[in-house]
Design a protein around this ligand. Structure first.
Ligand code: CP
Length: 305
């Protein structure tokens, strides 16, 4: 049984197949509308979510299946002290596949060890967010035509931003991808990510000022300062408006640069940027449904006609 716990659980060939399937789904929705008839997805969200949970539910409904689950730990028996291991043993009796978000790093891996159904890591603490990475890869591939040969600037909270960690881990497997890591020192990437870049001889630089590197970027990946992971409110308040992408900064970027953001956004992208044709973050959220449909089909072995 295959799970998706880390973005590296799929080889690049498997990812290519999954992204091809997601593209086919986006163009031929009717063809897939009964592929999961009779199947159920459990969405176990111990942390808040809008896109990930609802796009998983939309994905399963689009495939003809059904959904069950909870959207906060407080509305589940976790509030009474039930362990993730026990919960998943029970959920395995109710559903065919499970998407889990949890504040503790590694919780979906703990669940997978006891699960009778495929587990999808829908975000574990500040660690990884592999299905956001699938969404990001699909977005970059659809917009640029390839996952090779580009410069990506990752900007904002690179310390706690799990989408950034997953995306870097995944993109280093492609050719000629250069990383520009844009953050204040206090929010720079964790050492283990930097070591991965160094060990794999991946070109990268770490800078603080977004304006200085804008002209070099093919993709600008903005991120929110992750309030929920800060230990004290004052540090968050000091950092929360460190970067604000506005029209003035967009004017420094290439005409064919794209702006991605996993969302939710707070202040880091001014709403005036939304009308710029290079703003791709809402399109990215739409791709998230197609890629999750492809993932559900793949993990359930229903991806072939
Ligand atoms: N991108 C993302 O994970 O959004 P949600 O927190 O709304 O699921």
């Amino acid at each position: 049984m295959k799970h998706l716990l880390s973005p590296l659980d799929f080889t690049t060939d498997e990812l290519e197949q999954l992204l091809d399937l997601a593209r086919d789904i986006s163009k031929n929705r009717d063809k897939y509308s009964h592929r999961c008839d009779g199947k159920k997805i459990a969405t176990l969200f111990y942390e808040p979510s809008t896109r990930t949970r609802l796009s998983f539910e939309a994905a399963m409904l689009n495939l003809g299946g059904s959904v069950l689950g909870f959207s906060s730990a407080n509305s589940s028996s976790a509030a009474k002290g039930e362990s993730v291991s026990d919960t998943i043993r029970v959920i395995s009796c109710y559903a065919d596949i499970c998407a889990m978000r949890h504040p503790k790093e590694g919780a979906p891996m703990v669940a997978a060890a006891k699960s009778g159904i495929p587990i999808i890591n829908a975000g574990d603490g500040g660690h990884q967010h592999p299905t956001q990475t699938l969404t990001d890869l699909m977005t970059i591939r659809e917009l640029r035509g390839s996952l090779n040969n580009f410069t990506i600037g990752l900007c904002g909270d690179l310390k706690f931003g799990r989408t950034v960690h997953s995306l870097i881990n995944s993109l280093i497997r492609y050719e000629n991808v250069k990383f520009i890591l844009i953050s204040p020192k206090e929010l720079c990437i964790p050492d283990y990510i930097r070591e991965t870049l160094i060990d794999n001889n991946i070109p990268f630089e770490e800078v603080e000022k977004l304006e200085d590197v804008m002209p070099q970027l093919d993709i600008l990946y903005m991120t929110r300062v992750q309030k929920e992971r800060f230990f004290n409110e004052d540090d968050y308040l000091r950092m929360k408006n460190f970067y604000i992408l506005d029209k003035e900064k967009m004017a420094l970027g290439k005409k064919d640069m794209y702006v991605l953001h996993p969302l939710p956004r707070v202040n880091e992208i001014s709403v005036e940027v939304d009308d710029d044709p290079r703003a791709a973050y809402f399109k990215q959220a739409q791709f998230g449904v197609y890629v999750r449909m492809a993932l559900i089909l793949t993990l359930l072995g229903l991806d072939k006609e």
